[in-house]
Design a protein around this ligand. Sequence first.
Ligand code: AMP
Length: 219
Amino acid sequence: MESFSELPLLPALQQALDNAGYVRPTAIQAASLGPLLAGRDLLAQAPTGSGKTAAFGLGLLQRIDAATTRTQALVLCPTRELADQVAKELRRLAAGIPNLKLSLLTGGIALGPQVASLAHAPHVVVGTPGRVQELIRKEALDVRGVGVFVLDEADRMLDMGFEDVIRDITRRLPRKRQTMLFSATWPEAIREMARATLHDPHEASIDAGEDAPRIEQWF
Ligand code: AMP
């Protein structure tokens, strides 16, 4: 795929890509966006720096109905830092979607203001598993309308001991949804998680080196 214009993306997302200066899709974007926009689940092996955030971000934002005040997408990341970066990239891509609300829900930040900020449900939540679980349990965050679920750096989340927390969160989501799982490595626990959470996924695997030289120039 040579250009994003080959994809049936919303005009607001095409515009955001232009504004960001993204001219050509990276390998993971080219390999995943077609199936994602068609509603398929995704199982992807893509390292940081591959452009994986925009891959799942575009797939996710395309499906948000900003006129409906309900949490429709949930992205889980292993660390506060990664969640922060993901939220920044999603906000950039969503800039042209009127009234879209995104909340960053991570630990290490006072719970009270986070609960208050959820009085009006955000369309998109990006967070770390522990805090997201806590907010669901407190009934501050309602995930019963989540139609898109992203597990970013799933292997790191398992390494950090989040397996049971992720299982608990997943159990509370609608069964009918689109799920994307990104992982750099494939231990048995990840394959098990993929079997339990994905339905007939499209598979995309990108070598660490494939996009690295080009992407490095961007930093
Ligand atoms: P990620 O792997 O999602 O952390 O992305 C790595 C970097 O690549 C980020 O700084 C993005 O802004 C940038 N990026 C993502 N997609 C593209 C693209 N199609 N063209 C140029 N840069 C991109």
